[in-house]
Design a protein around this ligand. Structure first.
Ligand code: FAD
Length: 426
């Protein structure tokens, strides 16, 4: 079977190719798709098969099975195209507002730019995600309309999140809106725009955060378990932020005590070990389809108590205009960075891109459906690996295929297995 033969997103999920973005929920003309959080997989779609007439609208917007660059703007930096896609400018930046900078993940640029768009560009709202206050280990989509709501969403949530399930908030808004999400969420947004002119007309700015992959919810359970806390005791969980990168902090119900571990212990030691399978096949860790993308400038040691900074990539002319206007209006500070800073900051993302050709080859040889990628120079990236690294990327994938039984699809999920679905806030 090839991904071209997929008729429903449930088939995509059964072959472990779902990213959990939620765009299929918005695309389904019958409102027949609901999302559930499968603890050892991620957020996944389920549909009532009696109501599904396999129109394929959900598959059209799915970023899990196909991601293509049509062409590159000739102004993009040539030396970055092969490994990082279209980049017009590289900056180090931070929010000038100290509260935004402190509460955010790195420099708070994503939040500050969104606030600038609400306050100065006449945009109606910002679609992004935050912790679900009724189920604090899960995330929920949020359509923020003011500073307070934006700040409640600041910071990274290293657990499944599906901002695209609420694309209707953008489509039905009075004026254009900002979208913030992971690279795959932005691909889903762009695919949805391509088939939906009403939505397309309302997307005022797309911001991507860099992403090494989404850990399944089980990873968060492991995290709080390592801190000696039980899931139903948790009142709040912050993965990072409140400093740079900030501590992972769990607040327990009815107890003033907080439980903490460092970002390296939580991300490096626990969360990154449980990343969704589709994320391991992702060539786009830096939001190549966004107007602006933000990550961490990890190329140097961070001093204790150093305020946060973001590494900012301008990807489109529109992104360039908004970034400059936000700087002129005093929302962000900008310092020009050299293109080399990107590879020095994001070594693991580069490594993943270089290994991808070998991983996909091994899966194809075993007859496993793989995503179709265009414009990511996967073969040229792979050529940069040494012979032993190439061999490892193929052999390691074969090993995983057999150990984890990837040759067989997972059982298609159905509503009766997950009668509660995901908890929504009232
Ligand atoms: C799963 C994951 C993996 C990441 N991997 C890397 C990496 O490899 N390298 C790197 O440099 N940075 C990575 N980041 C991004 C980094 O953590 C910061 O989000 C980024 O630097 C932006 O910082 P900021 O201060 O500008 O954002 P903020 O101003 O804090 O805003 C963050 C925005 O991201 C949104 N958001 C948070 N979590 C999610 C999520 N899970 N899904 C969708 N939207 C979300 C929030 O709603 C908010 O709008 C990752 C983030 C996540 C969630």
């Amino acid at each position: 079977m090839t991904t071209k033969q997929f008729g429903t997103v449930e088939q995509v999920a059964s072959w472990r190719l779902c990213t959990g973005c939620g765009a299929c929920v918005f695309a389904c003309p019958e409102n027949n798709i609901q999302l559930i959080d499968v603890p050892d997989q991620g957020i996944r779609p389920i549909a009532n098969s009696a109501k599904c007439w396999k129109c394929g609208e959900c598959v059209k917007v799915c970023p899990g099975i196909e991601v293509s660059h049509q062409s590159f703007n000739s102004q993009t930096i040539p030396q970055l195209r092969q490994a990082w896609g279209p980049v017009l400018e590289v900056w180090e930046s931070y929010a000038t507002n100290p509260e935004i900078r402190y509460k955010s993940s790195s420099g708070g640029v994503a939040t500050a730019l969104a606030l600038f768009c609400l306050e100065n560009e006449d945009m109606t709202g910002v679609l992004h995600i935050r912790a679900n206050s009724e189920a604090p280990l899960q995330n929920i989509s949020s359509f923020s309309k003011n500073r307070e709501e934006l700040l409640a969403c600041a910071g990274s949530r290293y657990s499944p999140a599906a901002p695209c399930e609420k694309l209707d908030c953008i489509q039905e808004a009075d004026s254009s809106c900002v979208f913030i999400g992971k690279p795959c969420d932005v691909v889903a947004l762009r695919k949805s725009q391509a088939v939906n002119p009403e939505l397309d007309a309302k997307v005022g700015l797309a911001i991507s955060i860099f992403c090494a992959g989404t850990p399944a919810t089980n990873a968060t359970y492991n995290l709080i378990d390592a801190l000696g806390v039980k899931p139903d005791e948790v009142e709040g969980l912050r993965y990072r932020g409140h400093g740079w990168p900030g501590m992972t902090t769990v607040k327990v119900k009815g107890n003033k005590q907080t439980y903490q571990m460092t970002y390296n212990e939580s991300w490096g030691g626990i969360l990154s070990k449980n990343i969704q399978i589709r994320c391991r096949l992702c060539p786009d860790g830096t939001g190549e389809f966004a107007d602006i993308s933000c990550g961490d400038p990890w190329y140097r040691e961070i001093e204790p108590d150093e305020p946060g900074r973001s590494l900012v990539l301008v990807r489109t002319d529109h992104g360039h205009r908004i970034l400059y206007k936000a700087m002129e209006a005093g929302y962000i500070e900008l310092e020009r960075a050299q293109p080399e800073v990107l590879a020095a900051s994001q070594k693991s993302l580069l490594e993943k891109r270089q290994n991808l050709f070998g991983r996909l080859l091994a899966m194809r040889l075993m007859g496993i459906p793989v995503p179709h990628f265009e414009g990511f120079s996967l073969l040229s990236n792979w050529r940069n690996l040494s012979v032993s690294e190439k061999a490892r990327s193929i052999a390691g994938t074969f090993r995983r295929i057999f150990q984890r039984n990837w040759r067989k699809p997972l059982k298609v999920l159905n509503a009766t297995d997950f009668s509660a679905g995901r908890k929504n806030e009232k």
